[in-house]
Write a protein that binds this ligand. Structure first.
Ligand code: AMP
Ligand code: MG
Length: 287
C-alpha cells in the first residue's frame, strides 16, 4: 500500500478535517488483510533481530489519540510480533509528584530506547501541549510564572522539534502516529465499555468529561500536529474508525521505517573467525 498519503512532514497545508476517520483506501476487512498484517509482522520481527544485533539505532514509536481510539489494542497487536526482549512499552499518565518536580521532557527521556531496542510510548510529551493546553494545567506544573508567557506553546513546539532532532542526530528513529477517530465512533466504543462486562473496567468517568471538550481537543491536536510535523520526525495520520485498517497501516509504516535503516548483522573479521576456531577447539575439552 502507498503510505505516503498518510505522512505529514510539514504542517503548513495540514487540516485534520481533510482526513476521514472512516477511510480504508478501498480495502475491505477480510482474510487478505489479516494475511498482509501477519506478513508485515514477520518482516518487523526479522528486522528487529538485525536492529538488536547491530545495536546502534533505537526506535521510538509514539501513539497519540483521543480516548478509545485504539492505542492499547494497537500496542497489544504490534507487540505480539516483536521479541519482548528488545521492546519496552511506557504509558504516560498525569505526572506524579516526582515527575512534576522536573522539566516535562525528563520522564520521556528516561524511557527512550536503548540502542538496538524499540520503545513504544502510549501517550508522550505531546500530552504537555495537548491535555495541558486544553485544561490550562501549566500553572499547576511548578513552572516559574515569569516563564509562562504568550509564546509558551510556540516555545514548547520548538523544544519538541529540537528534542526530536536531537534524537535523530543520536540514532533514535522517531515514528509518530495519530490515531484519528470520529466523535460517533468514540461514542460507540465508550458504550461498548459500559455494555460489555469484560470491558467495564476500561470505562472511566474522566472519558465522559474529556468528551465534552471534543472540539477543543481536535483544534489543539490540529495545531500540535501542524507545528511538530517535520521531515526528520513526521506524523502519520491513521484513519482509525476501522481497527483492522489502522493495524494494517501501522504495521506497514513500522515495517517500512525499519526497512529503511542501514542495519546489518555484525560482520566477523578474519581475526574474529580465527578466534572462533580456537574456541571451537577449546570447547568440551577437545584441546
Ligand atoms: P489513560 O491513557 O486512559 O490511562 O489516561 C491517562 C491520562 O493521563 C489521560 O487522561 C491523559 O490526558 C493524562 N495525562 C498524560 N500525560 C499528562 C500530562 N503531562 N499532564 C496531564 N495529564 C496527563
Ligand atoms: Mg483511558
Amino acid at each position: 500500500m502507498n503510505t505516503k498519503q498518510f505522512i505529514v512532514t510539514s504542517g503548513k497545508a495540514f487540516r485534520i478535517g481533510d482526513i476521514s476517520p472512516d477511510f480504508t483506501n478501498g480495502k475491505v476487512k477480510g482474510e487478505a488483510i489479516d494475511l498482509q498484517v501477519e506478513e508485515n509482522m514477520k518482516e518487523m520481527a526479522r528486522l528487529q533481530d538485525i536492529l538488536y544485533a547491530h545495536n546502534k539505532y533505537g526506535i521510538l514509536i509514539i501513539l497519540q489519540a483521543m480516548d478509545a481510539a485504539g492505542k492499547d489494542s494497537t500496542i497489544k497487536h504490534i507487540m505480539s510480533g516483536f521479541n519482548p526482549q528488545g521492546v519496552n512499552v511506557k504509558s504516560f499518565k498525569a505526572p506524579s509528584a516526582e515527575e512534576m518536580d522536573h522539566d516535562y521532557l525528563w520522564r520521556s527521556h528516561l524511557h527512550l530506547p536503548e540502542r538496538g531496542n524499540i520503545a513504544i510510548f502510549n501517550r508522550s510529551y505531546y500530552e504537555d501541549v495537548v491535555v495541558v493546553k486544553v485544561h490550562k494545567l501549566l500553572a499547576s506544573h511548578n513552572i516559574p510564572e515569569d516563564l509562562i508567557g504568550d509564546n509558551v506553546w510556540q516555545e514548547r513546539y520548538r523544544q519538541i522539534r529540537d528534542f526530536e532532532k536531537y534524537m535523530e542526530e543520536n540514532g533514535i528513529i522517531v515514528i509518530k502516529f495519530f490515531l484519528h477517530i470520529s466523535k460517533d465512533e468514540q461514542c460507540k466504543r465508550l458504550l461498548e465499555r459500559l455494555d460489555n462486562p469484560e470491558k467495564n473496567w476500561k470505562f472511566s468517568s474522566a472519558d465522559l468529561e474529556e468528551r465534552q471538550h471534543w472540539d477543543k481537543y481536535q483544534n489543539t491536536y490540529e495545531e500540535m500536529l501542524r507545528e511538530t510535523a517535520t521531515e526528520y520526525a513526521p506524523w502519520h495520520i491513521i484513519p482509525a474508525n476501522k481497527k483492522w485498517f489502522a493495524r494494517l497501516l501501522i504495521s506497514e509504516i513500522v515495517k517500512e521505517n525499519m526497512g529503511k535503516l542501514p542495519i546489518k548483522y555484525p560482520v566477523m573479521t578474519s581475526e574474529d573467525k580465527n578466534a572462533l576456531e580456537s574456541y571451537r577447539q577449546q570447547l568440551c575439552g577437545k584441546v
